[in-house]
Design a binder for this molecule. Structure first.
Ligand SMILES: *[C@@H]1O[C@H](CO)[C@@H](O)[C@H](O)[C@H]1NC(C)=O
Length: 335
């Protein structure tokens, strides 16, 4: 902006001067000034070629990529996959959403909540999680001290306001939501609501992801029941889990209290449940990890690592205690 106006200024200043000149040199002067203005006005485009901008070439949904990544990198989560594809597509293809997109991801540790956040970020922002428009907050890391609550509240509001002002299509990921102080959740509530704008800032195009272990036990229980009945895991549906997850989340004051106010006001658009992972899924994670590091598939290592994990329930040993969480470190050890 500044640069363009400087060029215009140059044009204005040179005009009286060129009036005194011969027509030809005046023509040249105007020509040069016009060319200069033209060149400089393309500067923002040029800038965005090399530097991240809040423009389509840096921030745009790659739906095909999202689908492929979810298929190839996330294992055992058919419900989460469906919900995320539907939610993200609907939201990002809508030029004028009524409210920000809010996803609440629930499940046992290591089942893919962080992974899916990464996959979403990578298929919207060219710089993925490293993008200037993607912000991650971990409750115990960023907001550890209860006594600083009012300071954190102010900070968080300032950050959200500042970053959404910079780029409407910003993404905020809140990890360890179950360890977050309820007061802090209240601080972000206004930004999740159906407001056209708040003090001139439009929050409706932003995305909020809330990750928590809350509800994980309920999800595991239902999945295990399903297994005991001899039903296929793939036949488990969102509605089978939804009610139980919400009950689990709301009834547990310690881990789920925060959620109540968001749900009460219908500020959460989608529940995304993550099922406990079986032995075969752990093997898939190991294979993917080996592939990602450029190693040949080695079934011996795959089995050995999967065997090293612990499984529950005690007698049946169906689900991995830590999902795929420690797979990467175990692969480190083997290579
Ligand atoms: C954006 O958020 C980050 C935290 O992720 C914060 O450090 C930064 O100051 C914020 N930017 C603005 C302009 O508020």
């Amino acid at each position: 902006m500044k640069i363009v106006s400087r060029a215009v200024l140059f044009l204005l200043l040179s005009a009286p001067l060129s009036a005194a000149m011969e027509p030809i040199s005046m023509g040249i002067a105007v020509g040069v000034a016009t060319a200069l203005t033209g060149l400089l006005s393309t500067f923002p485009t040029l800038y965005c070629k090399f530097q991240e901008c809040c423009e389509a070439q840096w921030v745009e949904l790659n739906f095909a990529g999202l689908k492929v990544d979810l298929e190839n990198k996330l294992f055992g989560q058919h419900i989460a996959k469906q919900v995320v594809l539907k939610a993200v597509k609907g939201f990002l293809t809508n030029p004028n959403p009524k409210k920000p997109l809010t996803l609440s991801l629930h499940g046992w540790t290591g089942t893919g909540k962080n992974l899916i956040s990464k996959i979403i970020a990578e298929n919207i922002y060219r710089n993925g999680l490293e993008s200037n428009y993607v912000h991650q907050f971990v409750a115990t890391l960023h907001f550890p001290h209860p006594e600083y609550l009012s300071h954190y509240k102010e900070l968080l509001q300032k950050w959200i306001r500042g970053n959404v002002t910079l780029c409407a299509r910003s993404m905020f990921i809140f990890d360890e939501m179950d360890k977050m102080q309820p007061g802090l959740i209240d601080a972000i509530k206004p930004y999740l609501d159906y407001y056209d704008n708040i003090n001139g800032v439009v929050y409706r195009k932003a995305m909020f992801l809330f990750l928590s272990n809350a509800g994980g036990e309920g999800i595991t229980e239902i999945t295990l029941d399903f297994w005991h009945k001899g039903s296929k895991r793939q036949d488990l549906q969102l509605k089978d889990l939804e009610s139980k997850v919400s009950i689990g989340v709301f009834n547990n004051k310690k881990s789920g209290f925060w959620h109540t106010s968001l749900i009460d006001k219908n500020l959460i658009d989608y529940f995304v449940p993550f099922l406990p992972l079986e032995y075969k899924h752990v093997k898939m994670c190991v294979r993917e990890e080996l592939k990602a590091r450029g190693y040949e598939e080695d079934e011996h290592i795959v089995t050995e690592i999967a065997d090293e994990m612990t499984y529950f329930p005690e007698n049946e040993k169906i689900y991995s205690d830590k999902g795929c969480k420690t797979v990467a470190t175990k692969v480190d050890f083997y290579l």
